[in-house]
Design a protein around this ligand. Structure first.
Ligand SMILES: C[S@@+](CC[C@H](N)C(=O)[O-])C[C@H]1O[C@@H](n2cnc3c(N)ncnc32)[C@H](O)[C@@H]1O
Length: 226
């Protein structure tokens, strides 16, 4: 990870979240991943959204073409400079208005209670502190607002989960801080969200990779914790 000026006090501003190698690899690989099924997964969490939406860690903007017309605007956060440029091109071609900004999910540039929905697609694996990010998502969502999530998660098989624990420190160094071993559904629930629907399934992100556990669904926010 490269650091440059622009990080916030907790080190989680956009300036501290540059992953040049991973960013280029992701931008090159995400089309194939989408063709293998990820686009369908994204589409499932976006289909029911409406109103004002915030997408954290938008990456190359792969979700932008999939937003339904009921979404009136999308504020897309992407801290990595390379991916943000790619996402800006995708935003220009989107059928709903999308604004891409340099920001981290730890400090979402939006008023408390202002969003109808927040989208996290393969991001809660990478943030440093899931609880802090989920609290920030809860802050910006209106009471009853939706967290729409699509994430890879810790395996339900103890031996595989142990292997994920061992691999994660090295994996994260090359894969933008990604953790293979997080129980993200438990974190969403612990943050106070009510899960409305959740699907768990195996999905091979790359062609020759083994399937790994994923979840997707929606959860309702009780509103800002205060
Ligand atoms: C695996 S990529 C997923 C990209 C995209 N959401 C997708 O579904 O293709 C993870 C993304 O999270 C971003 N990211 C990492 N840490 C972040 C943070 N603290 N706040 C916001 N985005 C972050 C990365 O820059 C990257 O774009």
């Amino acid at each position: 990870m490269q650091r440059k000026p622009g990080g916030s006090e907790d080190g989680e501003g956009p300036g501290s979240l540059q992953h040049p190698f991973f960013a280029r690899a992701l931008a090159g690989a995400v089309g194939g991943m989408d063709r293998r099924g990820a686009a369908g997964h994204r589409g499932r969490i976006l289909a029911g959204l409406q109103g004002s939406v915030i997408e954290i860690g938008a990456g190359a903007g792969s979700s932008f073409p999939l937003y339904p017309p009921a979404v009136t605007r999308v504020l897309a956060l992407e801290p990595d400079d390379y991916l943000r440029n790619v996402a800006q091109e995708a935003a220009a071609a989107a059928s709903v208005p999308v604004t891409v900004v340099a920001a981290a999910a730890e400090h979402i540039p939006a008023e408390t209670g202002s969003a109808d929905a927040v989208v996290s697609s393969l991001v809660l694996c990478s943030v440093k502190d899931q609880a802090a990010v989920l609290a920030e998502i809860r802050r910006v969502l209106r009471p009853g607002g939706t967290l729409a999530y699509y994430e890879h998660v810790r395996s339900g098989h103890p031996a595989v989960a142990r292997a994920e624990d061992v691999l994660t420190p090295l994996w994260g160094r090359f894969m933008g801080g990604c953790h293979l071993n997080r129980d993200t559904l438990a974190a969403i629930t612990a943050a106070g969200f009510t899960v409305q629907d959740n699907q768990r399934f195996g999905f091979a992100v790359q062609r020759l990779n083994p399937p790994i556990a994923h979840i997707l669904g929606t959860a309702t926010s009780p509103g800002h914790a205060g």
